[in-house]
Design a protein around this ligand. Structure first.
Ligand code: AMP
Ligand code: AMP
Length: 359
């Protein structure tokens, strides 16, 4: 643990903790789970989103800010410290704060490994992590002349797949990319930054895990897929009209759909989850703490390709709020990622191991 965070934690009354987060992404999940485990909750929230966290009664206290990045301001940090707050990071932490800000400026204890959050921010580092874990990945490249069939074009800094598109040749890549710029989904300069990846034909499967440092065990708590506009709207349009309209869909995430897996796939997904944790320990001690997730595609020959890793709670776990099949199998009724996090913090306080679960 970094010295500034350690200093903050030393002043905390650990019998009177508050669990906090930023108001977006999976905040309802996190805050509800914290309340169910008996914690007070605080939500740092942009003014326009306050109603979400009051009309669903999950936040005991709201700190309204003009911009979510103002969580870094001294007055906000002081208020969080006064409440003995442990922050639970989610997708908006990585989307709106830079890795440097996460590691160096946010001197509030985080439940999770902030060095892995910083690592997750770089595509090359994600690939290295997945390689270290021995997972099968789609081929990634930059040079359009290496396109060998259906290809997905991604660009750094994309938020939730917005602006991603498909191409099948260097020519269609150029044409589709320019169309994205015309539609305002990409900036002209984004075209120079494109990362290309073989498009894996199959179904997307996003497993969510929890690595308990206290129990030294990985739990598979849920599986989902994303509901993405406009690709998931395409099947409502017959092929002829799709061709006539010359559609160029993107992968903008709008929501998530829960999934249960064919049972014979579970053994491999459990093993994959374990291997990712083992690799994470070699990257940044003590490795993953608490929630993490993978984005995978399963082909019709049952091969699993992994193309993304998140070292924190993902919004797909929102489909499990209140309970889901795999969390029920492990914990019984009423367990979900937000609550599992709070349960771990509660137990860590009780057995005097809180520091091990925070960075
Ligand atoms: P928002 O506050 O909705 O703009 O989301 C903050 C960040 O989290 C953005 O990078 C979003 O793309 C991402 N995000 C929000 N909801 C989801 C979701 N359901 N699945 C994946 N990413 C999401
Ligand atoms: P990402 O931003 O990496 O999470 O990707 C956004 C979406 O693009 C995913 O949810 C998938 O639907 C799709 N996608 C990304 N990479 C691939 C791939 N290599 N093959 C197939 N679909 C992909």
């Amino acid at each position: 643990m970094d010295a500034a965070v350690s200093e903050t934690l030393e002043k905390y009354d650990t019998d009177d903790l508050t669990i906090g987060t930023l108001g977006s992404h999976s905040a309802l999940n996190i805050l509800k789970g914290a309340k169910e485990e008996g914690f007070r909750t605080v939500c740092v929230c942009q003014r326009g989103s306050v109603s979400t966290y009051t009309r669903f009664p999950v936040a005991d206290h709201i700190i309204p800010v003009d911009d979510i990045r103002h969580v870094l301001r001294e007055e906000t940090r002081l208020e969080l410290k006064r409440k003995n707050t442990i922050l639970v990071p989610h997708g908006s932490f990585s989307a709106y704060l830079t890795p440097g800000q996460l590691v160096r400026e946010l001197d509030i204890p985080l439940f999770g490994n902030r060095w892995l959050l910083a690592w997750e921010a770089h595509r090359e580092k994600q690939e290295e992590w997945l390689r270290m874990a021995g997972l099968r990945q789609p081929r990634t490249f930059r040079d359009p002349s290496q396109i060998r069939g259906l290809t997905i074009a991604k660009f750094p800094g994309a938020k939730g797949g917005r602006g991603y598109f498909l191409a099948t040749s260097p020519e269609s890549l150029k044409e589709r990319g320019e169309d994205m710029v015309r539609r305002g989904l990409l900036r002209p300069e984004d075209l120079g930054e494109l990362v290309l990846q073989d498009y894996i034909v199959g179904v997307t499967i996003y497993p969510s895990y929890f690595h308990s440092i206290l129990d030294a065990e990985v739990e598979l708590l849920g599986v989902d897929r994303r509901y993405e506009s406009g690709i998931d709207g395409m099947w409502r349009i017959p092929a002829r009209e799709q061709l006539e309209a010359n559609l160029n869909p993107t992968y903008t995430v709008v929501g998530n759909i829960p999934i249960t897996l064919r049972e014979s796939l579970l053994a491999e997904y459990l093993e994959i989850g374990d291997r990712v944790v083992e690799a994470s320990k070699r990257i940044a001690e003590p490795g993953l703490i608490g929630p993490y997730s993978l984005e995978t595609v399963v082909t019709d020959s049952m091969e699993i390709y992994t193309f993304e890793i998140s070292a924190r709670i993902v919004a797909g776990t929102n489909t499990g709020i209140g309970g889901s099949p795999y969390s029920y199998l492990k914990h019984g009724e009423g367990m979900y990622m937000g609550r599992r996090i709070a349960k771990e913090i509660r137990k860590a306080v009780e057995i005097g191991r809180l520091r091990e679960t925070l960075t």
